[in-house]
Design a protein around this ligand. Sequence first.
Ligand code: 5GP
Ligand code: ZN
Length: 112
Amino acid sequence: MDCIFCNIVEKKISSEILYEDDKVLVFKDLEPKAPVHVLVIPKVHIASAMELSEDNYEILTSIFKTIKKISAELNLKDGFRIINNYGKFGGQTVNHMHFHVLGGCQLGWNPA
Ligand code: 5GP
Ligand code: ZN
């Protein structure tokens, strides 16, 4: 299986990593859509949010704890957006579940 984000986890592809622990990795998005745009991913390969189940829901706790931690470090106290794109219509292009964290300016609201 050739997964870009698994390769980033394994450091086979370089990225600007901002945080990592045994379960979660945070790195800068290659094509930022806001002044702050990072991706928060599980280190284990989960293809999408629809692959979450009783076996792995607990990763969401780690992911959201990490988002809280890095949002403070990234000075996002005035607010930010968490996005998970799923599937074709959702615009998912990398099939390794990830949460975009976007901020650093007033965000618009025009997804369609
Ligand atoms: P999606 O469209 O699947 O929700 O988001 C995938 C995101 O991954 C995109 O915002 C894209 O810019 C980012 N991305 C794709 N390949 C790479 C890469 O090799 N390195 C980094 N840092 N980001 C990537
Ligand atoms: Zn993967």
